[in-house]
Design a protein around this ligand. Structure first.
Ligand SMILES: Nc1nc2c(ncn2[C@@H]2O[C@H](COP(=O)(O)OP(=O)(O)O)[C@@H](O)[C@H]2O)c(=O)[nH]1
Ligand SMILES: [Mg+2]
Length: 400
């Protein structure tokens, strides 16, 4: 399964523009069935420097594409619309929104940095985008707190034998958030709390809920509409505000990305997603040219439109994921192709995790791995690095 990135934010910040731009790609129809089932789920990509050129090979990706040595590896992108103040109480799309959220691994909070939309998404002037950031975090925290409270109630109404373990009840209650017993215990202790909820006051509960939310819903802020002067001013203020140090911000213009993808599709520009430059290759009117020159200035200043960068920040910086290529020490070719796959794995993944990720049979029969660059053997519990090329030596083959 590929990683799932959720786009969240109040109405009119540019989520759909971001989503459409990021999922509009000149590649064959994705291998994932979800694209046709749910229009708010699409295939986007994160860039990884392809390993093939180091082996004097030309890759043949099984999914995504490779352009000039840059691999575009699929991730799922979800437009989680419907966030309005009070969502956790069931206002707006409410519960549907919250369950959609739970299926994501990481969030990109799209914020209108121009300040031209109020907290409900209506047109205004001079709105402080920090309110939107606070609101989203508080909304999520409230929701976590509700669920945490239910877990505590459950624990307290149960008979406590010597075996009582609060982390067990809380982990069960909060399992949808993807937190297990061990991590729950760790978080409770790290908060300086005893493993006894009767000793926790309201503030302890709130802090605990917030900490669990931060761990299980890590987030990047896409500072959108940075093509406006108001947004650029807000950027200066907000990114130097120490209250927001815990977040990573990516300056973005979803609008510019969409315009470039449209122009590329029309054959007017030569543009590769994520690049900080493009060429005008077709006939353009004076007006079109002026628009493209503005976008050019933007991508030069900000190192791209920010759409691709926000996705990569989420996967590789916030989640700390790594990309690993399956390889072969005797040359990378097999009958199916060359460097066909590139997998995104959680940070800290080992050779064995990689094997199980590909197929449980390969994992079960795993003897060791081979690092194809050095031709050295690596153990099952060897921790892999970003862009490793690893051959898996297993007594078992993947069952067809
Ligand atoms: N200036 C500017 N406007 C944008 C940008 N992205 C989206 N918009 C505009 O913001 C409005 C809301 O966009 P939309 O994608 O529908 O927002 P959503 O409600 O969050 O899905 C539309 O008028 C867009 O054209 C951007 O990067 N810059
Ligand atoms: Mg929308």
């Amino acid at each position: 399964m590929s990683y799932r990135i959720g786009l969240v934010g109040k109405p009119s910040v540019g989520k759909s523009t971001f989503f459409n731009a990021a999922t509009m790609n000149d590649v064959p129809e994705g291998a994932y069935p979800f694209t046709t089932i749910d229009p708010s789920v699409g295939e986007a990509y994160v860039r990884v420097d392809c390993a093939a050129p180091e082996f004097d090979e030309t890759c043949t990706p099984s999914v995504g594409v490779c352009e000039d040595g840059t691999r575009f590896v699929p991730v799922q992108l979800v437009d989680v619309a419907g966030l309005v103040p009070g969502a956790h109480e069931g206002r707006g799309l409410g519960n549907q929104f919250l369950s959609d959220l739970n299926e994501t691994d990481v969030l990109v909070h799209v914020v209108d940095f121009s300040g031209k939309t109020d907290i409900e998404g209506e047109a205004t002037e001079g709105h402080d985008p920090r309110e939107d950031i606070d609101f989203l975090e508080e909304e999520l925290d409230q929701w976590y707190l509700d669920v945490l409270g239910k877990g505590i109630d459950k624990y307290e109404t149960k008979y406590h034998g010597a075996e009582a373990a609060i982390e067990e009840d809380l982990a069960e209650q909060m399992s949808a958030f993807g937190i297990g017993e061990d991590e729950m215990k760790q978080v409770i202790l790290a908060q300086g709390l005893d493993l006894d909820p009767e000793t926790w006051d309201d503030e302890d509960r709130e802090e605990l809920a917030r900490e669990i939310r931060k761990r299980t819903k890590p987030m990047v802020v896409a500072a959108n509409k940075m093509d406006t002067p108001e947004a650029q001013e807000n950027w200066e203020t907000i990114t130097s505000d120490p209250d927001y140090d815990h977040l990573s911000f990516v300056p973005a213009s979803a609008h510019a990305e969409k315009a470039l993808k449209n122009a590329a599709e029309a054959g007017v520009v030569d543009y590769t997603a994520g690049d900080d430059a493009f060429d005008i290759v077709g006939d353009v009117s004076d007006e079109q040219e002026a628009g493209l020159r503005q976008i050019e200035e933007f991508v030069e200043n900000y190192g791209g439109t920010g759409v691709q960068q926000a996705l990569e920040e989420a996967v590789f910086d916030v989640l700390d994921c790594i990309a690993v290529f399956p390889g072969s020490a005797n040359g990378s070719k097999d009958e199916k192709g060359v460097f066909r796959d590139c997998f995104i794995l959680p940070e800290g993944s080992t050779t064995e995790d990689f094997a199980f990720h590909i197929h449980s049979d390969i994992g079960e029969g795993l003897l060791h791995g081979t690092d194809c660059r050095s031709n050295r053997q690596v153990s099952k519990d060897h921790e892999l690095s970003h862009r490793d090329v690893i051959e898996l030596i297993s007594t078992k083959q993947a069952a067809p």
